[in-house]
Ligand binder design. Structure first.
Ligand code: AMP
Ligand code: ZN
Length: 117
């Protein structure tokens, strides 16, 4: 079972922000912004490329609620999902990073790969 499935089942503890029958939001263990929340479906889905439109449709209002709870709905935030190897996905259970709490930089390319583009 993957690490986020274990978090969804409560077998590994997490610092939860919001939960319902289908989704869970918890603080990232290694935050990259003052607010860094991970939002996952409880059902194991490998990545964004594999997720159904139905799950995404239901996830929308859940993510919006997480933004309200963490107080970034008005100030702004970034929602990111890393998909696959080039996207930098390390945990292969779909998750959205909600980042906020300050002005965010915008820098994406790994210094080695960006020279060849
Ligand atoms: P990604 O690189 O998009 O797959 O992101 C995986 C994220 O999961 C990273 O930001 C990690 O810091 C975070 N992470 C890994 N294990 C845990 C955990 N047990 N609890 C909370 N966050 C975690
Ligand atoms: Zn999983």
């Amino acid at each position: 079972m993957c690490i986020f499935c274990k978090i969804a089942k409560g077998e590994i503890s997490s610092n939860k922000v919001l939960e319902n029958d289908n989704f869970i939001a918890f603080h990232d263990l290694y935050p990259k912004a003052p607010i860094h929340i991970l939002i996952i479906p409880k059902e194991h889905v490998e990545c964004f490329q594999e997720v159904s439109g139905e799950i995404m449709a239901n996830m929308t209002s859940f993510i919006q609620e997480v933004a309200k709870i963490t107080g970034v709905d008005k100030s702004g935030y970034r929602l990111v999902t890393n998909n696959g190897d080039d996207g930098g996905q390390e945990v292969h259970h779909l998750h959205f990073h909600l980042l906020g709490g300050g002005k965010l930089a915008w820098d994406h390319f790994h210094e080695d790969s960006h020279k060849s583009l």
